[in-house]
Design a binder for this molecule. Structure first.
Ligand SMILES: Nc1ncnc2c1ncn2[C@@H]1O[C@H](COP(=O)(O)OP(=O)(O)OP(=O)(O)O)[C@@H](O)[C@H]1O
Ligand SMILES: [Mg+2]
Length: 394
């Protein structure tokens, strides 16, 4: 069933949508508030609360605000598509697509044009909707960050994704450093861990979530918990894959979001943990070896039976000028890139400071890329349904 919300005063537009979609088994709601008066974030929160597949905004006297709403949806609710109703000149269309909208409906479009646009936009939304976790698994998101090649940015992406999720859900996020030999998650947060995987193994306590939680490092400044890698490769050598799997799946029951940094490729520890993954973040960068390796990695994940687990394809250093285009990469990988993280000098600087860049930066293209990734991995929370209740009681 397709759920469409028309954000407009215009009952005419709603009537036209209902007529155009009369063959479709769906619902069309009208949200009659004034977006400019309500404000961008409040409007998006209110509109998203009904979990529509598609929001149609317009006709827009204030195109700039409508574009900001489209952009905010793209960042925080990528599983909801947006169409604008506006004069479809090239400039508006380009700005709309750039803001993450799926297209522009012209006031003169007939029912067939509208149907085609709506179908494309709702199909895109449904592809992006994160399914509920399969039964039998903890009702939490376990998100390994993978890359076939070392140095692709796994630690950068894992730490910044964790920080971004923790801004939205303070205290609900755990980051695990599964790069057991040379992991540097603790260093990315600027601390020396007192407890690591090795200490958990040495404590010889039975593995249970409460005992494990006491061995994590709480990070007040970022609002999350860290399970750090051992201090030395020798200590890592003593760990067994099934022990690590049991620790991860036990502690994962305590946290709604568990982000896992991994070493390059799929080692025996990552392989165990993939069993409990609910989402995969797969990284590539803009060079031919990295893209080829990513293609092999996606094929390997498929062979491992993980084809059904939602995966989010991230292109790191996306603006590097190295003769490859995004279209080349998408063609080779046979699927669209979900998130593009630009190359940014502030990233290594933030690592050296021990403060992931997303902690204080949600506005730059880099900060926004991490917000988009967080939106893909965090299912939307129905929050304020007051406008619906109001409408229904009218
Ligand atoms: N978008 C970016 N812009 C600029 N520098 C970046 C970006 N992403 C990562 N880097 C830098 O690239 C280097 C490698 O990144 P990172 O440590 O995250 O990669 P990794 O995949 O975890 O590496 P390893 O395989 O060694 O664990 C770091 O110095 C990091 O600061
Ligand atoms: Mg790393």
């Amino acid at each position: 069933m397709t759920r469409i919300t028309v954000a407009s005063h215009s009952e005419d537009l709603a009537t036209q949508m209902r007529r155009a979609l009369s063959d479709n088994d769906g619902s069309v709601l009208v949200w009659p508030e004034d977006i400019s008066a309500t404000g961008v974030e409040a409007s998006v929160q209110s509109l998203a609360s009904e979990r529509p597949d598609l929001v149609i905004i317009g006709p827009c006297p204030d195109v700039d605000t409508a574009l900001l709403v489209a952009e905010q949806f793209d960042l925080t609710h990528p599983e909801i598509s947006v169409l604008l109703v506006a004069e479809p000149n090239a400039a508006t269309l380009e700005r709309a697509l750039h803001a993450g909208a799926r297209g522009v409906i012209a006031p003169t479009d007939d029912d067939e044009d509208i149907r085609a646009l709506v179908e494309r936009a709702t199909a895109a939304a449904q592809r992006r909707r994160v399914p509920p976790p399969p039964s039998g698994r903890p009702n939490n998101r376990v998100i390994p960050v993978l890359a076939a090649k070392g140095g692709s940015g796994k630690t950068t992406v894992a730490t910044n994704l964790a920080v971004t999720l923790a801004k939205r859900y303070p205290g609900d996020v755990l980051i695990i450093d599964l790069d057991l030999q040379f992991g540097d998650v603790a260093s990315a947060f600027g601390f020396e861990p007192t407890n690591t995987f090795a200490d958990i193994a040495e404590s010889r306590e039975a593995i249970n979530p409460t005992a494990l939680k006491a061995l994590l490092t709480p990070r007040q400044s970022e609002g999350l918990y860290v399970l750090a890698a051992p201090d030395s490769p020798a200590q890592a050598d003593d760990l067994q894959p099934d022990f690590v799997r049991d620790v991860v799946s036990s502690i994962a029951t305590e946290f709604p979001f568990v982000v896992i940094d991994t070493p390059a490729g799929i080692d025996e520890f990552t392989l165990e943990v993939l069993d409990v993954a609910t989402d995969l973040v797969v990284l590539t960068s803009m060079d031919v070896p990295s893209v080829r390796a990513a293609r092999k990695e996606l094929a390997a994940l498929e062979l491992l039976g993980l084809g059904h687990v939602p995966s989010h394809l991230v292109l790191n250093r996306a603006n590097a000028k190295v003769g490859l285009t995004i279209e080349d990469i998408e063609g080779t990988l046979g699927r669209p890139i979900d998130v593009k993280i630009p190359s940014n000098r502030q990233v290594p600087l933030s690592v050296n400071r021990g403060e992931p860049i997303a902690l204080n930066d949600s506005k730059s293209a880099t900060g926004r890329a991490f917000q988009k990734l967080a939106g893909l991995t965090a299912p939307i929370e129905p929050e304020d349904k007051s406008w619906m209740r109001r409408r229904r009681s009218e």
